[in-house]
Design a protein around this ligand. Sequence first.
Ligand SMILES: [Zn+2]
Length: 88
Amino acid sequence: MHSDTNLRCRVCGYKSENPPWGDNEKTPLYDYCPCCGVEHGYQDSSPEGARNYRTNWIATGAKWMASTARPKAWEIKEQLNHIPPDFI
Ligand SMILES: [Zn+2]
């Protein structure tokens, strides 16, 4: 079982099937968030890095990296509510 927080992207709050930083939050997968496109383990390795990436992502239109994965009824505001608290 993974906690909901562990499954969430630190930048955009997207919920992955596997925890982007592992169950211990210390072993990043070095894969890409299909939503914001952050590479887990790089830009999101610090709260400042995650915030900077998020600010830039939103400023450039909050586009999905994997546009086919975007739900039709996607609500960015709802998803942003799920960013792990330490990275808001
Ligand atoms: Zn993301």
